[in-house]
Design a protein around this ligand. Structure first.
Ligand SMILES: [Zn+2]
Length: 160
């Protein structure tokens, strides 16, 4: 059976990649042995498989949609009921990865929306990222990589 039919739509390829990446991010953040993650917004612990992979910059924004810094385990209450609990998300993300990396995500988002002020803040590499549009094969490749890496990590960490 062919896993990716030739006629996969862009939307499906993108959705698959996002789902695979979100799962990988939860597994990456999970503690060895127990598989416990802490919600980026409220700090509540749970098994990675019971958490969401929550985006800081919404997943609808293409430029940051698959970045490690933009995806952390989040409890379903914060991600769903509290619609991302984004104030607490930002506060804790700044503590976790530092202001520069959070500000970069915000600048990428704003620049992709047309802000010249934020565009000026970006590195040359990030400016190049802005004009690169992912294609169906790109997304299919990302999905494949994330699934394989997730499987290996679950085994290595003993967190099935
Ligand atoms: Zn939470």
């Amino acid at each position: 059976m062919r896993k990716y039919p030739k006629k996969i739509t862009f939307a499906k390829a993108r959705k698959d990649a996002l789902t695979a990446k979100q799962k990988l991010r939860k597994v990456e953040e999970a503690l060895l042995g127990s598989g416990i993650c802490y919600c980026i917004s409220c700090g509540k612990p749970n098994h990675w498989s019971a958490m969401d992979g929550g985006h800081f910059i919404p997943s609808t924004i293409r430029i940051t949609e698959l970045m490690d810094d933009d995806i952390y385990p989040q409890c379903k209450h914060c991600n769903g009921f509290l619609e991302g609990n984004s104030i607490a998300y930002e506060f804790n993300l700044r503590k976790k990865i530092g202001n520069d990396r959070v500000d970069r995500l915000i600048a990428l988002r704003m620049a992709s929306g047309g802000s010249d002020k934020h565009y000026a803040l970006l590195s040359d590499e990030d400016k190049r990222l802005l004009v690169q549009k992912k294609t169906i094969p790109d997304y299919v490749q990302i999905t494949k990589y994330c699934k394989a890496r997730t499987k290996a990590l679950i085994r290595e960490k003993g967190i099935a």
